[in-house]
Ligand binder design. Structure first.
Ligand code: NAD
Length: 341
């Protein structure tokens, strides 16, 4: 039997990516929805032929505990709501996937982890790129030092935000600005390519073009550096005020490797000093979802556990602290979790 997935929050990502992906998966399928909008419920029910008893709103959500057709709950809500819904999903006794970033604060993440530990069910973060061949290749080249040890990295990811999803600039609902939403891909890419956590970070906020309006509550952009124990560094940038190239690059003494575009789902391209990476673009979300289902069916650990979500929130918080204080911030308290090839 294919495991049943319920999507919680039917916004752009659920509608445009996850529901279509769940039509391509082998080990799981779209079985239910949780939405506060009755018109969406009706539309989805018809489009995906969902039985009435698998449709929930935010009030009836907890009754999902009694529904054997739902094995996995996928939280696709604004970041500030992730903790509450992961805790409720844990109490319902279901396996859980939570979108990135895990939550606004490390304290939220720890609450979520405790709830999932208590339930004993599997828990992962929606880090789709761990299931993408070009990113796996960057991990292999970097972690196995195929072209020599990495001396420096660069990662950029940002776009001009048009307020189509206003929660993204609401501090409480988003936890922060582009660093939380887009910069997290740079942090992830750097850490899994280098195969190590940084020992410290420094950071600087970008000029804010609209401090009384759009960027009243969150930063408009950040540039930061992650410093590693061997003296190598990663220079990163994110923004909601300008379109940045989507790029991940690493250099060794003699060679280099890079992805550009790096972080989207519309087609990733990679090359190194040895030539082009001739790898396929795959349906990332379908791969991610099938991998999680496989972990449940065969009782294997996920490569992208909740602890990795906590790790990244801790790193993002260190970057914010470095930007606020203008000082170098140590990352010695960050939990050590790595996806090793
Ligand atoms: P969205 O605004 O399009 O969707 C959010 C959904 O939450 C909407 O359906 C909205 O109705 C619902 N919602 C419920 N309570 C709400 C409230 N109080 N305020 C606002 N909305 C509320 O956003 P999205 O782009 O679909 O993002 C949703 C989640 O998915 C976020 O965690 C985001 O970071 C993540 N995401 C991940 C990826 C990825 O590639 N992994 C891509 C896009 C978004």
């Amino acid at each position: 039997r294919q495991l049943g997935v319920a999507l919680v929050g039917l916004g752009k990502y659920s509608t445009g990516q996850l529901a279509p992906a769940l039509q391509q998966t082998r080990l799981c399928k779209l079985a239910g929805i949780v939405t506060g909008t009755p018109a969406k419920a009706a539309r989805w029910q018809q489009q995906y032929r969902l039985p009435e008893q698998n449709i929930y709103d935010y009030k009836t959500f907890d009754r999902i505990a009694d529904n054997p057709a739902i094995d996995i709950i996928y939280i696709v809500l604004p970041v500030g709501l992730h903790a509450e819904y992961v805790e409720r999903a844990a109490r319902a006794g279901k396996h859980v996937i939570c979108e990135k970033p895990m939550a606004p604060t490390a304290a939220d993440c720890r609450r979520m982890l405790a709830a999932m530990q208590k339930s004993g069910k599997k828990f992962s973060i929606g880090y789709r790129l761990h299931f993408e061949p070009h990113h796996r290749e960057m991990m292999r080249l970097g972690q196995q030092k195929v072209l020599g040890p990495i001396k420096s990295l660069v990662a950029d990811n940002g776009f001009r935000f048009n307020n189509d999803t206003p929660w993204r600039v609401d501090k409480e609902l988003a936890g922060g600005g582009p660093l939380m939403d887009m910069g997290i891909y740079c942090v992830q890419g750097v850490v899994y390519t280098k195969g190590e956590l940084p020992v410290s970070v420094t950071a600087k906020l970008a000029p804010n073009p609209d401090p009384k309006g759009l960027f009243r509550e969150v930063e408009a952009g950040v540039s930061w550096q992650m410093q590693f124990g061997d003296g190598s560094v990663a220079d990163c940038r994110t923004s909601y005020a300008e379109n940045l190239s989507s790029r991940l690059r690493a250099e060794t003494t003699t060679d280099w490797m890079e992805l550009e575009p790096a972080f989207g789902y519309g087609g990733i391209a990679g090359r190194s000093s040895q030539g082009a990476m001739s790898l396929q673009n795959v349906p990332q979300q379908a791969r991610q979802l099938d991998d999680f289902a496989d972990c449940i069916l065969n009782d294997k650990p996920t490569r992208v556990p909740g602890e990795m979500g906590l790790r990244d929130v801790q790193l993002l918080q260190a970057i914010y602290r470095a930007a606020e204080t203008g000082r170098k911030v140590s990352t010695k308290d960050v939990v050590a979790v790595l996806d090793e090839v």
